[in-house]
Design a protein around this ligand. Structure first.
Ligand code: SF4
Ligand code: SF4
Length: 429
């Protein structure tokens, strides 16, 4: 080897190296903190391994040979339809601080960090889960997603789905069903597998199995609100974004079995007197586990969440009345829009009902309302939520965060004060 040879690295290579170094450290650190929480179930390991594989080892998701992956950017893209076309859905909303710092240079200052992180991940090209996607589906739910769809479509094949602002009208359902048919045609072009009734049934069955196992998980948590920490549940739900659904279902069945065994022995994750918190608001996407971890490290129990990277993503099964291709497509369109509690819809009273229900089911003592900086749709709904919870006498705190660690100390102080307030029976935070 010629020792005098000078090797040059391009700015893109340097950016990529920096990304790999910093991104691995953050994701590994978050996983270490999750696993360090007391009474971590053994069956959590495969879920954390999946997150480690994607964010630390920077490897692609595991899937059967020959299967393409399709990136989705919202729970409103039905996974049933993607499985029906012989592909695997992967959720690409990003929680990477390192990707955010790169995307920050390309997006307007006030864009939300989730979208900036997606732009950064695309730009740096170091995450195989993005790189190997054959196709992406982006529902236009807010301005940030709309502009993201346009930006992404200059770089790779993208399907943009228009989501009706008013979901109650019949024509809104018609419109969204038509959007799903258009997406189906695009999927068929990518995978070579046209839409067939038998395959749609298989796609629905795969997701119904996952939903059934999730219902069992929810039932265990409702019956024993202190049986598992919410940070563990968040890892389970986030790992679903990158796991072949039948495998995830099997992993969740093992976790459910372990929790049922613990319940029989009366082994709870935390003591009964730890404040039980509900987390709602902007999505909590790995590795941005800042808020769930702060709540639990400061002595609270994250007993439930109302976020789309949590249970909401899989909570409502499609109600299929007419078992034909069109009947199933309508049921998927209906499920994606009508029961959804995302604030991107003009009228969102059902989110209040859902939060009230969760408060009752999980014996919640306080609500943490998470707002990602620039996420206006969630911020708009804060006041209404505060008024409703005041009527119930349940304290609420609004925590605005960004994708960095600069605000951690200030958040820690506020979370600690909130938990103290609950312990000593206070009202407003
Ligand atoms: S917050 Fe709403 S728009 Fe954003 S990913 Fe979740 S469901 Fe979709
Ligand atoms: S709903 Fe909020 S977090 Fe999600 S893309 Fe829109 S602004 Fe960002």
């Amino acid at each position: 080897m010629d020792e005098n040879r000078i090797t040059y690295t391009t700015p893109e290579q340097r950016q990529r190296e920096r990304f790999e170094r910093k991104s691995n450290t953050l994701a590994e650190n978050m996983l270490r903190r999750v696993l360090a929480l007391s009474r971590c179930p053994d069956s959590l390991t495969p879920f954390c391994d999946t997150l480690r594989r994607v964010y630390v080892e920077l490897e692609d998701v595991r899937h059967p040979e020959g299967v393409s992956t399709v990136g989705t950017y919202c729970v409103m893209v039905p996974p049933e339809l993607i499985y029906a076309h012989g592909a695997m859905p992967v959720k690409l909303c990003s929680g990477s601080y390192t990707a955010f710092s790169i995307g920050d240079d390309n997006a307007p200052r006030d864009a939300c960090p989730l979208v900036k992180a997606v732009m950064g991940a695309e730009t740096v090209g170091a995450l195989p889960v993005y790189e190997n996607c054959s196709f992406m589906a982006v529902p236009v739910t807010c301005d940030c997603k709309k502009k993201l769809a346009g930006w992404l479509s200059q770089r790779r094949p993208v399907s943009t789905l228009y989501v009706p602002a008013n979901r109650e009208r019949d024509e809104s359902l018609e419109q969204f069903t038509a959007q799903l048919y258009a997406l189906s045609d695009e999927l068929a072009a990518v995978t070579g597998l046209p839409l067939r009734y038998e395959n749609l049934e298989i796609g629905c069955q795969v997701m119904a199995d996952a939903q059934r196992e999730l219902s069992r998980f929810i039932a265990i948590r409702r019956e024993h609100p202190t049986i598992i920490r919410g940070s563990f549940a968040m890892a389970v739900m986030n790992a679903m974004s990158y796991t072949w659904a039948p495998l995830w279902t099997k992993q969740l069945a093992a976790l459910n079995g372990e929790l049922e065994e613990r319940a029989r022995r009366g082994e709870m994750a935390v003591r009964d007197n730890q404040p039980r918190i509900l987390l709602t608001g902007s999505p909590v996407v790995f590795p941005n586990f800042k808020i769930p971890l702060l709540i639990e490290e400061m002595g609270g129990l994250l007993a439930a969440d109302e976020t789309c990277m949590g249970e909401r993503g899989l909570y409502d099964p499609p109600a299929v009345i007419d078992r034909s291709v069109d009947g199933i497509m309508r049921a998927l369109a209906n499920r994606a829009t009508r029961p959804c509690t995302c604030p991107s819809f003009a009228d969102n009273r059902r989110r209040i009902y859902r939060v009230r229900q969760l408060i009752e089911d999980y014996k919640i003592q306080g609500v943490v309302y998470h707002v990602l900086r620039g996420c206006l749709v969630y911020d708009y709904e804060y006041r209404r939520m505060e008024e409703e919870l005041e009527k119930l006498g349940v304290p609420i705190i609004r925590l605005e965060t960004d994708y960095n660690e600069e605000d951690v100390e200030q958040l820690r102080i506020r979370v600690e004060a909130f938990l103290e307030l609950i312990k000593f029976g206070g009202g407003k935070a």
